[in-house]
Design a protein. Structure first.
Length: 335
């Protein structure tokens, strides 16, 4: 039984611990869950992730309740199957999915999942990121899964539906060091229950700041609307990798501000030849550790990457190192 202090991280530490516990059969207790957040303890999406992990892994999750700041998790046997999970809100379906994916990679047969809640949330990977960036990056590691977006779900209404199909993995180390030359870059403004002018203004800024032609700017309105929502996406396709960036409209924040912030994130990535953006980088650690090794390049070493690395080392016999190779290029090695 591993003891973990959760106050130094957010929900990511909990999700990583759940994934690793199911994969290794090692239980854990976590204290001070999300202690430094404005609303400490388990929120609905975290509780859904705990319950999903318990169902997939026939585990015992003592004291799992909304607001709980302590959790004891004892894993059982992971089984493939058809699963359905509902956050009951706009809580992120993608974070719940990422929690159980590693366990299902170890199952004997394929699994299907249906998840309901938020699909495009601030502070969580979008469904587009999973489909276009995260899962394709895992293919060289022998990991195969797919996601299909049936219905968008925005904060605070939720109502999104995401389907996933997961195959048993044949783990192998991979080197993801170069993304190759730029092929295409496109932007999407997705609106639900909001005026199309908002998306047009966002796309206008992205076109100007990223040098995108008119045919690379796409405006989509969700019909019928699923509550008010606005997601702004930029997809950057290089020969060996596709990166997906997202920003979200907020009440009281101008469309131009949302677009400029997203453009800054994209330019920061393009300014480096590294393979992974900062969001993908920390998410590559766990599958590489399960594969027994691997390496990739990224343009920055985030706090999330560092905390994730140290937690993975508690469960698995690996060491995760990183060193600067050039300006805006870091090599991360799992060995």
């Amino acid at each position: 039984m591993i003891e973990i202090d959760g106050q130094a991280g957010g929900g990511q530490l909990l999700r990583t611990a759940l994934s690793l516990s199911l994969c290794t059969g090692i239980g854990f207790t976590m204290e001070n869950i999300r202690a430094r957040r404005s609303r400490p303890g388990l929120m609905r999406q975290h509780l859904t992730a705990v319950r999903a992990a318990a169902e997939v892994g026939h585990a015992r999750a003592g004291a799992a309740a909304l607001g709980a700041t302590r959790l004891r998790f004892e894993p059982g046997t992971v089984r493939a199957g058809d699963y359905r999970f509902n956050t009951g809100s706009a809580g992120s379906t993608t974070l719940v999915l990422q929690t159980v994916l590693p366990a299902l990679w170890h199952a004997q047969t394929a699994s299907r999942l249906s998840l309901e809640g938020g699909t495009h949330n601030p502070m969580a990977p979008s469904a587009d990121f999973l489909a276009d960036s995260y899962l394709p990056a895992l293919l060289p590691m022998g990991i195969e899964a797919s996601v299909t977006l049936q219905q968008h779900g925005f904060y605070p209404a939720g109502g999104g539906i995401l389907h996933a199909h997961v195959q048993p993995a044949t783990f192998k180390p991979a080197s993801l060091l170069e993304r190759g030359e730029l092929v295409t870059m496109e932007a999407w403004a997705i609106l639900s229950g909001l005026a199309s002018q908002i998306g047009a203004r966002e796309l206008g800024v992205l076109g100007e700041e990223l040098g995108l032609a008119e045919d690379a700017l796409h405006l989509r309105s969700i019909k019928p609307p699923v509550g008010p929502g606005n997601a702004l996406l930029v997809k950057v396709h290089h020969r060996k990798h596709a990166a997906t960036f997202a920003a979200y409209g907020e009440r009281g924040v101008s469309a131009e501000h949302v677009a400029r912030k997203l453009a800054r994130d994209v330019r920061a990535y393009l300014a480096s030849p590294a393979y992974a953006c900062d969001h993908l980088a920390d998410q590559l650690l766990l599958p590489m550790a399960l594969a027994g090794g691997g390496q990739f390049t990224t343009h920055t070493i985030s706090d999330h990457l560092q905390s994730n690395a140290r937690l993975i080392e508690k469960f698995l016999p690996v060491e995760i190192l990183w060193e600067r190779e050039a300006d805006r290029v870091w090599r991360v090695v799992v060995e």
